[in-house]
Design a protein around this ligand. Structure first.
Ligand SMILES: NC(=O)c1ccc[n+]([C@@H]2O[C@H](COP(=O)([O-])OP(=O)(O)OC[C@H]3O[C@@H](n4cnc5c(N)ncnc54)[C@H](O)[C@@H]3O)[C@@H](O)[C@H]2O)c1
Ligand SMILES: O=C(O)C[C@H](O)C(=O)O
Length: 329
């Protein structure tokens, strides 16, 4: 009894955050919303989609955790879903089918992300914006330009969620080395598409050296892990469950930092100066106001340097494509 009343008091004294998920009825949105409902840092979980959110919200709301859950459907009602939000996570958009690149999603997802970003710029301009919708290399610049157009852009509050690349790298490396995947931490830099995904395996202290063949296979598997899932799902979409895990991990790490946790460092695709490109994924320290510090990614070996050099022009084009889209629309 004493324990319970103490818990109740501690609980109500810490101000929770309001988190919106846009695309909450989708393959990623549903399981990620479930995982976020388990966070004690969230007082209000606002689920938004163009369809089906009342049902998802009713279902998730029965979990006996802190967050109040609301479900809003339809762009005409988005103000209700966004007003007062501290964090907005966006997995809205179409996923790949076998044979497609992430860039093939641009024509559909660019306008979805632009319209959602415009609504956020209007109704919750100070919110942390976490972008999952593909192609991330271009959708993050779309959000930046849309916020700039509205005069409310703060680069410290915009994140491309590349955590799934880190999650995959941790799993594949740990399995190969016989390590605990939970405590393995591989740095993955660059962007989130094919060869723009650059795992820095040379920075790991290995228990067992990889042969050149093993190393190349491992790098390739991390870069093309998304294709592995797309092919296995055989037309039924792309990664949803591992992405929900990765999206919830990044969101809860950010919420920890917003609640005062120190030294919270995650790789994320943010605006920074670590390369000549405006956006690049590199480790960042998270804090109450978003990006607190951008870290240099450290030394590359010869193979990584060659991969880095050859992917920069692709990433540059994908960033420019997002920027141009907003300038023309
Ligand atoms: N960043 C990453 O690592 C990563 C990983 C996996 C998937 N993705 C991307 O995430 C996106 C979603 O994937 P999914 O598997 O959940 O797709 P999905 O089709 O299952 O779900 C997408 C949801 O978005 C909703 N939606 C569409 N337009 C909307 C709008 N204007 N406002 C709100 N919601 C809207 C749909 O109704 C649907 O419920 C895809 O673009 C996919 O490529 C990114
Ligand atoms: O591969 C995809 O299209 C989805 C996602 O970006 C992933 O990495 O799994």
């Amino acid at each position: 009894m004493i324990a319970r009343s103490l818990t109740t008091r501690l609980f109500s004294s810490a101000a929770g955050k309001k988190v919106a998920v846009l695309g909450a009825a989708g393959g990623i949105g549903q399981p990620m919303s479930l995982l976020l409902k388990d966070s004690d840092h969230i007082s209000h979980l606002s689920l938004f989609d163009v369809v089906n959110t009342p049902g998802v919200a009713a279902d998730v709301s029965h979990c006996n955790t802190r967050a109040t859950v609301t479900g809003v459907a339809g762009m005409e009602n988005i103000e209700e879903a966004l007003t007062g939000m501290d964090v907005v996570v966006i997995p809205a958009g179409v996923p790949r089918k076998p044979g497609m690149t992430r860039d093939d999603l641009f024509n559909t997802n660019a306008s979805i992300v632009q319209s959602l970003a415009a609504a956020c710029a209007k109704h919750c301009p100070e919110a942390m914006m976490l972008i999952i919708a593909n192609p991330v290399n271009s959708t993050v610049p779309i959000v930046a330009e849309t916020f700039k157009k509205a005069g409310v852009y703060n680069p410290k509050r915009l994140f491309g969620v590349t955590t799934l690349d880190v999650v995959r790298a941790n799993t594949f490396v740990a399995n190969s080395q016989g390590w605990n995947p939970r405590t393995t931490n591989v740095k993955v830099i660059g962007g989130h598409a094919g060869t723009t995904i650059l795992p820095l395996l040379s920075q790991l202290k290995l228990d067992r050296q990889w042969s050149d063949d093993e190393l190349h296979a491992l790098i390739k598997r991390i870069q093309f892990g998304g294709d592995e899932v797309v092919q296995a799902k055989n037309g039924a979409g792309s990664a949803t469950l591992s992405m929900a895990y990765a999206g919830a991990r990044f969101t809860t790490r950010l919420l920890d930092a917003m609640h005062g946790a120190k030294d919270v460092i995650e790789c994320s695709y943010t605006q920074n100066n670590v390369t000549k490109l405006p956006f690049f994924s590199t480790p960042v320290t998270l804090g109450p106001n978003g990006v607190e510090k951008v870290h240099e990614f450290g030394a590359l070996n010869a193979v990584e340097q060659a991969n880095f050099d050859s992917m920069l022009p692709d990433l540059e084009k994908q960033i420019a494509k997002g920027v141009d889209f907003v300038h023309k629309n």
